[in-house]
Design a protein. Structure first.
Ligand SMILES: C[S@@+](CC[C@H](N)C(=O)[O-])C[C@H]1O[C@@H](n2cnc3c(N)ncnc32)[C@H](O)[C@@H]1O
Lengths: 121, 288
């Protein structure tokens, strides 16, 4: 079973994402901001991370840069999932090491398509 | 709905576009045609079918035909066929057409353009190997609305998230308000035309590669066979046909056979195209 860490400050969105990902056969963990996520990632290697942009404490892009700098930080496939939908945000995410990018609002079909695209399904 | 009306409608669509409408699908008439009826100021499906029977209003006949088509499409649909195009089909033609340096590709039911643009992006990514080549992608569809949308190359946020890798979105699309538009240079790689597959296709010229995906499924076997025979007539003997995941030539046409180990890909058999169809040794431009 593949693992996915859902990082979002909205409990509702984490829940929606969890349901979709569990249906796709993932073992899901949650974090409410970048710092929490980074702490979990130091202890455990996830196959994938679904990542929001704006969150308190540490935002998504800061988390991603910090993650990719970790010794095993290149491993997880990171899919951004955010309302930011302009080219400059997407570009910045790719440069920071994101593998895919979902623009909210998302649904199960988009998540499934994107996860398939990066070889997680 | 009166049985008589249903029979008329199902015969009408079969003749116009090949669409086979079974009785279980009769509800589609209601759901897809009522918007057309309302637009025309008609109160019911019965009135609309009565107007179709009169048959003088060619705009109406076109609109109902288009309203019944299913236009679902997305970028790099099913992925595999596009990988095969890039990794197997293109290299094969790079060799066999090395002196001619020209390749013609046809998307025979291109809907809103995602399929031809996916091929255009692949060819652009392979530009180094294709330097000096004169390639052409032709996209056709029976629906004028879809052809117009394909030409504009404008897609919703939902559409660009289905199948299109984010790197390609950033590279080849621009944001236009809420929509995303594919770059003008890619739009220029595809020539779009309105074309009904049930009509004489020879005016399109010859094609080395034909994508005819997710359209034959709506036709009966006789219509499928006719379309496949025409496609064969537009192809050189080493041409390649791509069909959709739920489509096959087996038991339908002996002009094509599956290519071993390449799922969804078909090649001409030894049977020669019937007289009257353009038998081409190499694909050429009409009139060229
Ligand atoms: C489901 S879409 C397939 C689009 C694309 N090839 C794909 O696989 O994603 C089917 C398309 O076939 C078109 N179509 C249906 N009947 C046709 C006909 N007789 N001639 C040309 N196009 C037709 C419809 O307008 C529609 O856009």
């Amino acid at each position: 079973m593949k693992s996915c860490l859902v990082v979002d400050d909205s409990r509702v969105i984490r829940k929606v994402a969890r349901n979709i990902l569990e249906d796709l056969g993932f073992e899901v963990s949650e974090a409410a901001n970048g710092q929490e996520a980074l702490d979990v990632c130091k202890a455990k290697a996830f196959d994938s991370i679904l990542l929001d942009w704006y969150m308190p404490v540490m935002n998504g892009i800061e988390f991603l840069r910090a993650l990719r700098a970790l010794p095993n930080g290149k491993g997880p496939i990171v899919v951004f999932c955010t309302t930011e939908n302009d080219i400059s945000h997407i570009q910045a995410a790719i440069e920071a090491g994101a593998n895919e990018y979902v623009m909210k609002p998302f649904d199960s079909e988009i998540i499934q398509a994107k996860f398939a695209q990066v070889g997680l399904l | 709905m009166k049985p008589d009306d249903f029979d008329f409608a199902s015969q009408f669509f079969k003749d116009r576009s090949g669409l086979v409408l079974t009785r279980e699908k009769a509800y589609l008439l209601e759901s897809r045609l009522m918007p057309v009826a309302r637009k025309k100021g008609l109160k019911s499906l019965e009135e609309l079918i009565a107007a179709m029977r009169v048959g003088r209003d060619s705009v109406l006949l076109r609109e109902v035909t288009e309203a019944m088509t299913i236009n679902e499409s997305f970028f790099f649909r099913d992925i595999k066929p596009f990988d095969l195009f890039r990794n197997t089909v293109l290299p094969r033609f790079l060799q066999s057409r090395a002196s001619k340096k020209a390749l013609r590709v046809w998307c025979a039911a291109c809907s809103s353009g995602q399929e031809p643009y996916s091929l255009a992006m692949i060819m652009r990514e392979e530009a180094a190997r294709l330097a000096g080549w004169r390639n052409e992608i032709v996209g056709t569809d029976i629906s004028s609305e879809m052809v117009a949308k394909a030409k504009a190359g404008l897609y919703s946020q939902f559409e660009v998230q289905r199948g299109l890798p984010i790197q390609l979105l950033v590279k080849y699309f621009k944001k236009e308000g809420d929509l995303w538009q594919i770059d003008a240079s890619l739009r220029a790689m595809v020539r779009y035309r309105e074309y009904n597959l049930l009509t004489d296709l020879r005016g399109l010229g010859g094609f080395d590669v034909v994508f005819c995906r997710n359209v034959l499924i709506y036709f009966d076997n006789e219509t499928k066979a006719k379309v496949l025979a025409q496609i064969r007539g537009l192809m050189p003997d080493d041409g390649i046909l791509f069909l959709g995941g739920a489509e096959t030539v087996l038991g339908i046409s002996d002009y094509f056979k599956p290519i071993p180990d390449l799922r969804g890909l078909y090649m001409p058999t030894d049977r020669k195209p019937a007289a009257g169809t353009a038998a081409l040794s190499q694909a050429g431009t009409p009139g060229a």
